[in-house]
Design a protein around this ligand. Sequence first.
Ligand code: ZN
Length: 147
Amino acid sequence: MPVSLISDLYSEVILEHYKQPHNRHELPDATLKEQGYNESCGDDIVVYAKVIDDKIADVTFTGRGCAISQSSASMMTDVLQGKTVAEAEHLIEEFKKMITGEKEFPEEGEFEELAALKGVIKLPIRVKCATLAWNTLRLGLEKSELK
Ligand code: ZN
């Protein structure tokens, strides 16, 4: 497949999540709420999670931002739903390695859709957009562990 077609395909996944984000709403009974802001782009996000018995029973987000930040947040909520806190923290680290090019995106499995963000690897300034929701959730998880 020519490179241009591949990137078109990827941006389609991104635009789909941007136009119709998954889990984009407040979570009234959240046990964790954390705000994240990406100065370099203006992305503004709030991540909510309901952690019960060390498990992420629900994770949602609200806020505004570019297509990369919003679609990455949408995909993150899909991937981390139902995971244990330890699994989620591991996946957050894995994603950060993939988005900075340190590690390959898997071609199948739960990270398959996230590979749509591959193009970002070459644009370090957009890495902040792609990791905003993930870093925000990790900060929220760290804070709630201290309680
Ligand atoms: Zn952005």
